[in-house]
Design a protein around this ligand. Structure first.
Ligand SMILES: Cc1cc2nc3c(=O)[nH]c(=O)nc-3n(C[C@H](O)[C@H](O)[C@H](O)COP(=O)(O)OP(=O)(O)OC[C@H]3O[C@@H](n4cnc5c(N)ncnc54)[C@H](O)[C@@H]3O)c2cc1C
Length: 217
């Protein structure tokens, strides 16, 4: 239905990060709830976590459930519509956003390929790290851009400790070493958090691992 038919301006926001989620919430509170605007947020995730918290997820020092915002609940309470899925294109002639099917963890389709009509389109899809084509980065490094990245790092870290604890041969020189590239706020805080949380993991009975030297006892 077009604006002319519904009588409401349709605002579609793509990306529910720091900018998009705030905008959808404020527009919804001010206009959506009163039926003055039709606000839709399209986001590929189910929950939002403020990116500066990612290093805490990576280190395992944060209770994610206490910090994440559930898009569905947020949309219900703040007068906007949330639609899950990854934007895969824009049809500017028809003023439509094209969204890929959303699949669950086992590859089953949850929502089909869809399109959403807009009168005003807001792109709030954030940015990505640039590795400047440095050889090896894509194959060997873990970026810290999304919840998935942070959880992946954490799982690898804990598994590395468990593996080291179970192995009968001496640990390899670099087996339990973590190299962080970038000494900004995130890199420095991640290093500090890892110093603490690896000791906590090891304290849960992984007594074959010496966190001080990252070697076996
Ligand atoms: C590790 C880290 C630490 C940071 N620390 C700080 C800090 O301490 N202080 C500070 O001020 N800033 C910090 N930043 C920067 C800050 O997080 C960003 O400036 C801010 O998140 C940008 O907001 P945004 O809305 O533009 O994008 P984002 O917050 O990145 O949100 C983009 C959203 O779009 C979604 N999206 C992307 N593509 C699609 C698509 N095709 N379809 C559907 N959805 C899509 C993503 O899932 C995401 O939810 C940090 C960033 C990182 C990565």
């Amino acid at each position: 239905m077009s604006e002319a038919q519904s009588g409401k301006l349709r605002i579609v926001i793509v990306g529910g990060g720091a900018g998009g989620l705030e905008l959808a919430t404020r527009l919804g509170d001010k206009y959506g709830r009163k039926g003055k605007l039709d606000v839709t947020l399209i986001e590929r995730n189910r929950t939002h976590v403020w990116k500066p918290k990612l290093h805490e997820i990576a280190a395992g020092s944060m209770d994610i459930a206490a910090h994440e915002v559930d898009y569905l609940a947020q949309s219900y309470w703040h007068g906007f519509r949330y639609r899950i899925g990854e934007m895969i294109g824009i049809d500017r002639e028809r003023r439509q956003v094209l969204v890929a099917p959303y699949l669950d963890g086992e590859g089953r389709e949850v929502t089909p390929k869809r399109s959403f009509d807009y009168d005003i389109l807001v792109m709030a899809i954030g940015s990505q790290n640039n590795d400047f084509g440095t050889p090896g980065v894509v194959d060997h490094a873990i970026k810290l851009e999304t919840q998935v990245d942070a959880k992946r790092f954490h799982e690898r870290m804990v598994n590395a400790c468990i593996r080291a604890h179970a192995q009968s041969s001496p640990l390899g020189e670099h087996q339990l070493k973590v190299a962080i590239i970038g000494a900004g706020a995130t890199g420095v805080e991640l290093a500090a958090e890892l110093h603490r949380t690896t000791r906590e993991v090891v304290a849960y009975g992984l007594d074959q691992v010496d966190p001080q030297t990252s070697g076996s006892r």
